[in-house]
Structure formats: structure tokens, C-alpha cells
Design a protein around this ligand. Structure first.
Ligand code: BG6
Length: 483
């Protein structure tokens, strides 16, 4: 079947936040842009809701989270394709009933996308139940795809267990493991920036780059997700997925084509080239007041901030440190990748010495100041000194007519079209766990410096600055809302 053929999207865990805030607004936006084939959405969940109640609930979500798009007549049509199916995620009979229900709803051969928007402990039961009900098998000329939300496992062993369970039912080409950072336009642009231009790639090496810094800072605290967060912490919540994916995009070799496996082969190769991270090169911290949040265990040592240094053992990156940091309750939201170039080998200008000279900085601003900044030195008029000036690109001013779509919009469409290039493959997931697992184990055993504390609304713990200061470096920024 062509991907313009009808589709049913089944959302497991449809009464949760993700469906209301992200999935339905993203589908509705694609529908308004005429990008969806004929479709039905079936929400599967335990609560005793009617179709009408489900639709009204989602209407609120669309008004709140895709407000600029809301159009009463478009919504009327869209909502008539939303259905609610009451069922228990771990009850095999409910899947048999679901299959019969879908059979009646679908008008002939129909593609299906199963979306797991549930808590992770249901992933394996859902997969197995879909398998047992014969719902994973692809009938002739139709496809069955499954989208799995994060967190994908809790450590390497559980990720492998989940991969095994998934592969017991679905073939890898049917599986879409979502990392919403890969759906962000600015993250997608990293490969375009590097490989659709000729001027950056020749200097994208240890010969010109001094260090790379990746920051994903959030101003929000753990909020109502404290129960989940306390069992995860910042390394599982942000590093294993989002930061490792950004690292792979910025450091990987160019693939020969943009085909999903060509891109993913290079990403996995990169992650497998990262030298095991040394515990003394890690920093962990918790914001003051975290332990008082509802759902957090007494005396919890869960890190809400982490920073680390790593090296990539290959020809391109040998000896170049990569510094990564992420945390909650920081002064500002800011996701940014900074490439700091080396200093000129010889400074011939009078009055300039190593101490006051800033080397070139390229900042890839993921959010919220989406764009790219290049800082370079210019002579100050009528003086003999230089100052850093900025060459800037902002999405907002350069692409006026094109607003940045939400990451889920692109990812859902790709999962429907069968393009897995922005999704993580099983070996990529395991490679990332392989890197962060020893950190978590080391922290738990107390083999690392004790957990530090930082004030909410601050730049994070002093230890994160010391991590760089040890190497004679500081955290740099180029975007307009720096941490
Ligand atoms: C999610 C994490 O994956 O990413 C959250 O679970 C975090 O804790 C969120 O807040 C950040 O995403 P974004 O798109 O707001 O940077």
C-alpha cells in the first residue's frame, strides 16, 4: 500500500498528558496542512470515557497547545475521526476486542500505527498482547508500525530486555523509538549545516576545534512528574537520549546517503567510539528543595543536574574534550551546542595576548533562540585591539513564513511514511546505555564525588564550572538566552 492509503492510529494510554499536549495537536496540525491520509484515531485506555468525552477533552488540548491553528470547522471534521476504546493494557481479551473493533471501523485494508504513550512498565505487556492478538503481523500490502516513547529501559539490561521483547513480535523496520529532540528542526539542521555546506566540514576536526560543549538547561523543576523523575534522574531522563543524540549529530562522520540506516550506522559508530567516561569527570547535583516535592523519596540522592567530560576515540576527535551538561530549575531554558575553535597559532597584534583573546565560537542554538551564531574577532575602530562580534542566523527572521513545527508533528508523519531516520535503532539505544550505565552504577556505589546542591534559578553547581576550570576552560555561549 502507498502511504497515502488509509491509516488507523491506535494510542495506548490515550487519557494521559502526552496525547492531549503533543500527539493530538501534532496530528491536528498535520491534518490542517493536508498531510494526513484518510485516518481514524483510536484512544485505548482504562477510564470509563465515551467518544464524546474523549473528543471534548482533546479539543481543550488542541485549543491550549495548538491554539493558533484552531479552526472550529476543521476541528469538527477532525474530531469525528477520534474514537475511544476502553481497555486494560495488560488484559489479553481487551486486545482481541480491540482487533474486532478496528476491523469494524476500518473500511478495507488499512495501515496501522500503534503508539505507546503509556508508562514504560506497560511497553512489554502491550507488545506481547499485540503479538498474541495477531495485530503486529503485516497483512499483504499493509504495514503495522509501533512507536515507543522514552524512557527506553532503565539501564542497559532492561533496554536489551525490551529490545528482545519488541523483536519477538515486530521486525526492526516496524519499530520507531522516539526521541523528540531528533524531531526538533534545529537538531535536524545540524546535519544540513555540516554537510550541505563546504566551509565548515574541513575545519570540523581536532586540528581546529579546541572543545565542544553541549548544554540542555531547563528552568522548570520536576513539577508533577517527581514520582517518575525520582526513579530516573537527569542521566536517564536527558543524557541517555537527548544529549547523546545531539553528541552523535555533531560528531558523526558523513553518511553516504540520508537513508535511515546509513544515518543510524554513523550515529551508532560514533557512540561506540566514545571512551568510557571517567567518574572523576562527572558532576552530579540536586537543586535545593527537590526532596520536598511530592513523590520524591526521603533523603533522595537523585541528580537533577549533571555535567561530564568525554572523549571520542577516533581520528577526527582524538584529544578534543566534549563537555555535556543538563539540569532542571536553572536560571533559563537554553539548549545549545558550542564549538570552540583553537586560538591562532601566533598572535602578532600588539596589545593582544593569550589572556584576553577569545577564540572563535560557533553556537548552534537548539532552543529557544533557534539559530546559529558565529563569534569572531574584529578590530575595534580607532583602536589597536579586537572585540568579539557576532554573525547571526535566526529562524524567525530568515524563514518568516515557516513557523517551527512541534517535533512530534514531524516524527509522527515520519513514522506514518515509514522513514526511520529520526528514530533510534536498537543498537543506538544500547550504545547510549553502555556509556551512561557505569556512571549511574558508580554514583550509586559512592565511587564519585558526593552529590552537590544548587539553588533553584541559579546556573547550577560550582562543581560544573570547576570541571572545565581544571582544563583551563569555561562554559561558553553564543545564543541569546545563555546559562
Ligand atoms: C523530556 C524529559 O524527554 O524532555 C523532560 O523527560 C524534559 O524531563 C523534556 O523536560 C525537555 O524537552 P524540551 O523539548 O522542552 O527541551
Amino acid at each position: 500500500m502507498e502511504n497515502t492509503d488509509p491509516i488507523t492510529i491506535v494510542i495506548f494510554g490515550a487519557t494521559g498528558d502526552l496525547t492531549e499536549r503533543k500527539l493530538i495537536p501534532a496530528l491536528y496540525s498535520s491534518y490542517c496542512k493536508g498531510r494526513l491520509p484518510a485516518f481514524n484515531v483510536v484512544g485505548f485506555a482504562r477510564r470509563d470515557w465515551s467518544h464524546e468525552y474523549f473528543r471534548d477533552h482533546l479539543e481543550e488540548g488542541v485549543k491550549e497547545f495548538a491554539n493558533d491553528l484552531f479552526d472550529a470547522s476543521a476541528w469538527e471534521v477532525f474530531k469525528s475521526r477520534l474514537w475511544y476504546f476502553r481497555g486494560n493494557l495488560d488484559n489479553a481479551v481487551d486486545y482481541e476486542n480491540l482487533r474486532a473493533y478496528l476491523g469494524k471501523l476500518e473500511d478495507g485494508p488499512t495501515n496501522r500505527l500503534y503508539y505507546m504513550a503509556t508508562s514504560p512498565n506497560f511497553f512489554i505487556p502491550i507488545v506481547k498482547n499485540l503479538g498474541n492478538a495477531g495485530m503486529a503481523r503485516e497483512p499483504e500490502h499493509c504495514w503495522r508500525h509501533v512507536v515507543i516513547e522514552k524512557p527506553f529501559g532503565h539501564d542497559l539490561a532492561s533496554a536489551q530486555e525490551l529490545n528482545d521483547a519488541v523483536h519477538g513480535v515486530f521486525r526492526e523496520h516496524q519499530v520507531y523509538r522516539i526521541d523528540h529532540y531528533l524531531g526538533k528542526e534545529t537538531a535536524q539542521n545540524i546535519l544540513y549545516f555540516r554537510f550541505a555546506n563546504t566551509i565548515f566540514e574541513p575545519i570540523w576536526t581536532r586540528n581546529y576545534i579546541d572543545n565542544v560543549q553541549i548544554t540542555v538547561a531547563e528552568s522548570v523543576d520536576v513539577g508533577h512528574r517527581a514520582g517518575y523523575y525520582d526513579t530516573a534522574g537527569v542521566v536517564r531522563d536527558m543524557f541517555q537520549n537527548h544529549l547523546m543524540q545531539l553528541l552523535a549529530l555533531v560528531a558523526m562522520e558523513p553518511p553516504a546517503s540520508f537513508a535511515a540506516d546509513a544515518v543510524r550506522n554513523e550515529k551508532v559508530k560514533l557512540l561506540n567510539s566514545v571512551r568510557p567516561i571517567v567518574l572523576t569527570d562527572t558532576v552530579r547535583a540536586q537543586y535545593t528543595g527537590y526532596r520536598e516535592a511530592e513523590g520524591v523519596a526521603e533523603g533522595s540522592e537523585t541528580a537533577t543536574f549533571a555535567a561530564l567530560k568525554l572523549y571520542v576515540d577516533n581520528w577526527r576527535w582524538q584529544g578534543v574534550p566534549f563537555y555535556l551538561r543538563s539540569g532542571k530549575a536553572l536560571t533559563r531554558k537554553n539548549s545549545e551546542i558550542v564549538i570552540q575553535f583553537k586560538k591562532p597559532p601566533h598572535l602578532m597584534f600588539e596589545g593582544l595576548d593569550d589572556g584576553d583573546f577569545t577564540s572563535n565560537i560557533l553556537s548552534i542554538c537548539i532552543q529557544p533562540d533557534e539559530g546559529i551564531h558565529l563569534k569572531f574577532e574584529a578590530k575595534v575602530p580607532d583602536e589597536r585591539i579586537t572585540d568579539s562580534v557576532d554573525m547571526e542566523f535566526h529562524y524567525q527572521s530568515s524563514f518568516k513564513g515557516n513557523s517551527l513545527p512541534d517535533a512530534y508533528e514531524r516524527l509522527l508523519l515520519d513514522a506514518i511514511r515509514g522513514d526511520a531516520s529520526l528514530f533510534t535503532r536498537s543498537d543506538g539505544i544500547e550504545a547510549a546505555w553502555q556509556l551512561v550505565d557505569p556512571i549511574l552504577v558508580g554514583w550509586m556505589k559512592g565511587d564519585a564525588p558526593p552529590i552537590a546542591e544548587y539553588a533553584p534559578g541559579s546556573r547550577g553547581p560550582a562543581a560544573a564550572d570547576e570541571l572545565l576550570a581544571r582544563d583551563g576552560r569555561v562554559w561558553r555561549h553564543g545564543c541569546e538566552s545563555p546559562v
